[in-house]
Design a protein around this ligand. Structure first.
Ligand SMILES: C[S@@+](CC[C@H](N)C(=O)[O-])C[C@H]1O[C@@H](n2cnc3c(N)ncnc32)[C@H](O)[C@@H]1O
Length: 242
């Protein structure tokens, strides 16, 4: 069973992962994006804040979901190839592939009032090569972490530590969204195997309930992405006082 540091993150193929996961907007991502949008619209900070997306990989939609509230969004990524992919994708105006994702967000006013989301993301995003297990505590006022805690290690202890590090990096009261694969048995990208932990709603709830407030966890049906998982889950809430 692989630990996080055993997996070949620097050989992660961002182009293959992006094509397989995000080339078209699937129904599961549309549902997740709608839940996150409505939550952030209901609790979004009233002044510009600093946000963080952890383990961004080749996925811009978590960062896009925070755009109306964030003057700065740190994208923390461990893999050299994913860092290079993100720097290029963000700086030069993201691909039209992300437009349907942005369109889901623009059904609510704070998103609709952003006329140039490409330019806004390019100026707000700071791509940072880093390790979530070394994140500083209490720095960020809004955060997202999608398909990371469940999908970077085969060990439950590291799943819990990843969630705790993410929540610990947020200031008390900061709104967050996290997405998880349900009962994932691991995944392949360009023939390379990456680890996962098999978690369901009870494990996610247990891990989050004492460290958050306003917690809502939803299950989203999803079968079409790949074999070896039973669905997706999204957790929304605020970081609790420590
Ligand atoms: C399954 S991918 C998820 C990518 C993306 N967030 C998404 O929603 O599709 C897991 C991501 O976590 C990154 N990662 C793995 N270990 C990490 C660590 N210790 N710190 C930060 N990121 C890490 C990987 O490089 C990869 O981009």
């Amino acid at each position: 069973m692989a630990h996080n540091s055993d997996a070949p993150w620097d050989d992660f193929d961002p182009t293959a992962y992006f094509s397989h996961n995000y080339h078209t907007l699937r129904d599961d991502d549309r549902l997740i994006l709608g839940l996150v949008r409505d939550f952030f619209v209901s609790v979004g900070p009233s002044r510009p804040v600093r946000g963080i997306d952890v383990g961004t990989g080749p996925n811009l939609y978590p960062a896009l979901s925070m755009l109306p509230w964030c003057q700065e969004i740190t994208l923390v990524e461990h893999s050299t190839q994913n860092v290079a992919w993100l720097e290029k994708e963000v700086a030069h105006g993201y691909a039209p592939t992300w437009d349907p994702f942005w369109t889901v967000l623009t059904s609510r006013a704070p998103y609709r009032s952003i006329g140039d989301p490409r330019g806004r993301l390019a100026s707000a995003a700071r791509v940072q090569k880093g390790n979530l297990f070394g994140l500083p505590a209490g720095e960020w006022e809004m955060g997202t972490m999608f398909f990371v805690a469940c999908s970077i290690s085969g060990h439950h202890g590291e799943f819990e530590e990843a969630v705790n590090r993410f929540l610990g990096a947020l200031r008390p009261g900061a709104p967050f969204a996290m997405a998880y694969m349900e009962n994932s048995k691991g995944y392949e990208v360009s023939g390379l195997k990456f680890p996962a932990v098999e978690v369901g709603m009870p494990e996610v709830r247990r891990c989050l309930e004492t460290r958050t407030t306003d917690l809502q966890i939803s299950r989203v049906s999803s079968e079409s992405l790949r074999p070896g998982y039973t669905g997706m889950m999204v957790a929304l809430g605020r970081a609790a006082e420590r």
